[in-house]
Design a protein around this ligand. Structure first.
Ligand code: ATP
Ligand code: MG
Length: 443
């Protein structure tokens, strides 16, 4: 039977002004300091740290011994009297005096901890990910995930204030979004199915439904075999689609969203335990055409041909040249998916046809991709064929273009990319609780 934990309070809900009051706190034994005649327990809860002070002479023997023996990271509930104490964290300590004291051990931790939760002894990322439940007990990691939650809420607030409808599309699908091989096949009863690599086709279909502003925040699955610091096999994407607008309008929406997220997070006090100074990026972001990007890359001495996608080192060169967030626009038509709108005339005759696609770049990496979409059924069908894909497997999608489809534009933004770049973290796995990559399926 669970003991009553009356008046349980978080560390930050008690102050020195509560001097003399009886309180209950519940949490983990973060640290123990045994000075012989006096024993300090530092209890950690979600909000912070509380010092429990036990004077050997002044507390019941049994209680003192119990406190002395409790292993670090055990879960306890402690009752005592608040005493104002300048030297303690938050300016108070709790004293379990006789008659008003209680220390209950609700769960005993093993002695050999996989990690040091005080963060004094660092650990490799792999060790931390293997014991992620415990890694989140450290200040730095805890704040990363509180910030991730803030970011997702800020995105939802921003988009719902602008009258967007949040949608949910299937993650088990029958065909590829963009073709290609980067799909995880799964067995679906008697058939083969796949994990969705993007909600692209479904969000476009909802534009035909009349939901003229939609968004989804959901996982995307990419079966790419890369093992880099910026790719996951399961990532989270913010996908947006808007009807009756051009690509320029959704680029503006995207840069405003980024600025909104930064300014929300910049107010968060927990940022200091991640050691980052957050400056809200200035909007509008610079626009760089793909052909201008190629010039910059060539000038830096790196080989690149018009018509190829940018390598990581090309992205780095551009990042150094630009120094802040920027868009790359006017991409070669050949390297973008079939649903992207062909620009038509920028460089006709030289084989350098461009399309109305854009990427949002942070100086370190790509954050988002978007475009004006094709909304003509005939053109879309033609594009699917000319990219070597099967029209039959896109029938369900194409159908939505035959009964009234407005012009539309949209983008997909990687949440982990946004977080890792904003918080200046080296590895994308830092911002995922339980990352999925080439080597990691557990925990
Ligand atoms: P990259 O070229 O950087 O691998 P991409 O162009 O293949 O990315 P898109 O298909 O454009 O990715 O997906 C839209 C956004 O989703 C990307 O800009 C990125 O922020 C995010 N994203 C895509 N793939 C991954 C991945 N494997 N891991 C983490 N985020 C991803
Ligand atoms: Mg992209």
């Amino acid at each position: 039977m669970l003991l009553p934990i009356e008046n349980r309070r978080y560390a930050n809900e008690i102050t020195a002004d509560d001097d003399g009051e009886r309180v209950s706190i519940a949490g983990w034994v973060h640290e123990k300091r045994d000075l012989g005649g006096v024993l300090f327990l530092i209890i950690r809860d979600r909000a912070g740290y509380v010092q429990i002070t036990l004077q050997k002479r002044r507390v019941e023997k049994e209680l003192f011994e119990k406190a002395k023996k409790v292993p670090r990271e055990s879960v306890v509930v402690i009752d005592g009297i608040v005493k104002s104490e300048k030297k303690a964290p938050n300016g108070y300590e709790i004293i379990p005096i006789p008659g008003h004291g209680r220390i209950e051990i609700l769960s005993v931790a093993l002695h050999n901890l996989p990690l040091d939760t005080t963060g004094k002894v660092g650990a490799e990322l792999d060790t931390r990910l293997d014991a992620r439940f415990m890694d989140v007990r450290t200040e730095r990691t805890k704040h990363i995930f509180i910030i991730r939650s803030m970011v997702q809420r800020a995105i939802r607030d921003f988009l719902s204030e602008r009258n967007f409808i949040e949608i949910n599309t299937p993650k088990i699908v029958s065909s590829a979004t963009e073709g290609g091989t980067a799909l995880f096949p799964i067995s679906y009863f008697e058939r083969e199915a796949f994990l969705n690599q993007s909600p692209q086709l479904y969000k476009q279909m909802l534009i035909a439904s009349g939901f003229d502003r939609v968004y989804e925040i959901a996982p995307i699955f990419r079966a790419e075999e890369h093992d880099t610091t910026k790719h996951l096999n399961e990532a989270a994407s913010v996908d947006v689609e808007v009807a009756f607008v051009s690509d320029e309008t959704v680029m503006k929406l995207l840069e405003e969203l980024i600025a909104h997220v930064y300014s929300t997070v910049s107010l968060y006090p927990g940022l200091k335990s991640i050691n980052v100074q957050l400056e809200v990026p200035k909007i509008p972001f610079k626009r760089l055409r793909y052909d201008e990007a190629i010039e910059i890359i060539l000038d830096a001495g790196e080989q690149i041909e018009w018509g190829v996608d940018l390598s990581s080192s090309a992205e780095r060169i551009l990042g150094e040249a630009m120094g802040e967030h920027y868009f790359i626009t006017d991409w070669p038509y050949t390297i973008k998916p079939f649903y992207v709108q062909f620009t038509g005339s920028k460089d006709k005759g030289k084989g350098k046809d461009t399309c109305d696609a854009f990427d949002l770049m942070h100086p370190r990496l790509e954050l988002a991709s978007g475009s004006q979409r094709v909304h003509s059924y005939e053109l879309l069908k033609e594009n699917i064929e000319s990219k070597g894909l099967s029209v039959d497997s896109f029938e369900f999608y194409l159908n939505a273009f035959r009964y009234g489809m407005p012009p539309h534009a949209g983008w997909g933004l990687g949440i982990e990319r946004l977080l890792m770049s904003m918080l200046e973290l080296d590895n994308i796995r830092e911002v995922v609780l339980f990352p999925r990559d080439r080597r990691r399926l557990v925990p």
